[in-house]
Design a protein around this ligand. Structure first.
Ligand SMILES: Nc1nc2c(ncn2[C@@H]2O[C@H](COP(=O)(O)OP(=O)(O)OP(=O)(O)O)[C@@H](O)[C@H]2O)c(=O)[nH]1
Ligand SMILES: [Mg+2]
Length: 464
């Protein structure tokens, strides 16, 4: 669908929708410069050499139903532009009807409306940027905090692409050595020893595994992670919910069974944004002890990415027994449960008399004094991100798309390594290595399909 239409000249409003001080109309394609002449008249007399890479001219725009409008034209007359083809931007007062009218006059002269992401798609197809960088353009536009913006800008600058490029070129070198050996198989010349092949494959596998971890971490922060506060009635879950979210949304009272439904809010734990959920105390529904089982199977518990089980430091004997029963059941169903001790200020030294096994080493927090709250945030972030610190490499969409490619590439290299270790023929080792390299190529777009391009660029807005 895409590649055939590259010779068509396209145009769109490239500035944000709605009124603004400045508005931009962008035109790209072989006829871009000629098209501008239809509406724009430069007020400058000097004739610019056609060889210029880029220039700006001030002038006016003439439109049927408008008085003359002041306008600057930014012109990239050669392939050395964002899109890799002649490109012009008209910078005008940002009035939507004016911008529409300029566009209309282009469309009348045979220019086609640009599709979502089509300017960046052209940049990719012209080799001006790779796929990971193209996605980073979207990452920059969509970033909603400083960290996301930094990640996207790094990816746009080629941080991730550079790593992948290095990885691919190391593997290509290995492949060349393997294939050279295949050519001389009769002469029994070994260009690279088996040990060396295995070592270099392992380097590749390790590098990919590292990228996979980063892509996984990135996915975690993109999908809202659900952290559920659970525990017996009256242990201080709602108070903790309020303390962590700096709010007083949840109703708190000394009467056990205060929270009947659940509440949720977004909080930041370390580097992660999570959805924090306050639930009703276990075993306090009208159904008595059956309530524990019911709540274990509840939606909130079932869909939790992490359960923070709260035990009060000042719990009494029978509460401790009930707590141990409930937490054992929970542990049997969930692999992500952390136990904490609440109401830490209620007992001397803060450690409390909680006798249950699961709480022995537990973090002590107090929503009243604020003790342990920062540690709890860190503990939540650490548990959810598998303690994978380290800088972010991926914008979310690239991470989502790359995970599968990274995994398949690593598996191919693993098979290559097993073949090398198992004294299979070099052909097989070379075959799997080549497959691994090709799969890696999907991430930067050395290899792509129209479907993949459609999927990526249709998420852009028109004009980008
Ligand atoms: N001293 C002290 N009291 C606390 C703390 N956290 C909660 N409380 C008190 O403990 C009681 C119960 O608190 P809630 O937050 O309602 O407990 P809950 O676990 O949500 O209770 P249910 O919704 O009934 O299951 C209230 O009287 C709170 O004021 C704390 O850190 N220190
Ligand atoms: Mg509550």
């Amino acid at each position: 669908m895409f590649t055939a239409e590259l010779d068509q000249t396209i145009a769109a409003v490239a500035s944000a929708p709605g009124g603004a001080v400045r508005g931009i109309v962008r035109v790209s394609g072989a006829d871009a410069v000629a098209m501008i002449a239809q509406v724009f008249k430069s007020s400058e007399t000097a004739v610019l050499p056609a060889s210029r890479i880029a220039y700006r001219q001030s002038g006016t725009v003439r439109l049927p139903d408008f008085p003359l409008v002041q306008c600057d034209a930014w012109v990239w007359p050669t392939a050395r532009s964002y899109t890799g083809q002649p490109l012009v931007e008209l910078h005008l007062p940002g009035s939507p009807p004016l911008l529409e009218c300029v566009l209309e006059s282009f469309f009348k002269h045979g220019v086609r409306p640009a599709r979502a992401g089509e300017f960046t798609l052209r940049a990719f197809l012209a080799g001006r940027m790779d796929l990971a960088q193209a996605e980073a353009v979207l990452g920059v536009i969509d970033a909603d905090d400083h960290e996301e913006l930094t990640t996207a800008l790094n990816q746009l600058a080629g941080g991730l692409s550079g790593k992948l490029f290095q990885l691919r070129s190391d593997l290509l070198e290995l492949l060349a050595d393997l294939e050279a050996g295949l050519d001389f198989v009769e002469e029994d010349i070994e260009f690279v020893s088996r040990e060396e092949v295995i070592r270099r494959l392992q380097q590749g596998i390790d590098a990919i595994a590292q990228l996979e971890t980063q892509a996984d971490g990135r996915m975690l922060s993109d999908d809202q992670l659900r952290v559920v506060l659970a525990g017996l009635p009256n242990v201080g879950k709602s108070t903790l919910f309020n303390a962590l979210s700096n709010s007083d949304d949840a109703i708190v009272s000394a009467v056990a069974g205060t929270t009947r439904d659940y509440l949720s809010t977004r909080v930041t734990c370390g580097e992660l944004k999570v959805e924090l959920i306050d639930t009703a105390g276990f075993g306090h529904s009208e159904t008595g002890i059956d309530g524990v089982a019911q709540q274990l199977g509840s939606e909130q518990v079932g869909e939790a990415d992490l359960l923070v089980w709260c035990v009060a430091c000042d719990a009494v004997e029978e509460e401790i027994t009930a707590d141990q029963l409930a937490v054992d059941k929970l542990n049997a169903r969930h692999d992500r449960v952390i136990v904490i001790k609440t109401r830490g200020d209620q007992v001397e030294g803060g450690t409390g008399n909680v006798g249950s096994r699961s709480a022995e080493e537990a973090l002590v927090v107090s929503s009243v004094s604020g003790e342990g709250l920062d540690d709890l945030r860190e503990l939540i972030a650490g548990t959810l991100s598998g303690n994978s610190k380290g800088e972010r490499q991926f914008v979310g969409s690239t991470a989502a798309r790359s995970r599968d490619s990274l995994r398949r590439s690593r598996e191919s290299l693993q098979r290559a390594s097993e073949a090398a270790a198992g004294r299979f023929g070099d052909e097989l080792v070379a075959f799997e290595t080549r497959a691994g390299i090709e799969t890696l190529g999907e991430i930067v777009g050395t290899i792509y399909t129209d479907d993949l391009l459609d999927q990526i660029f249709s998420r852009f807005c028109i004009g980008k």
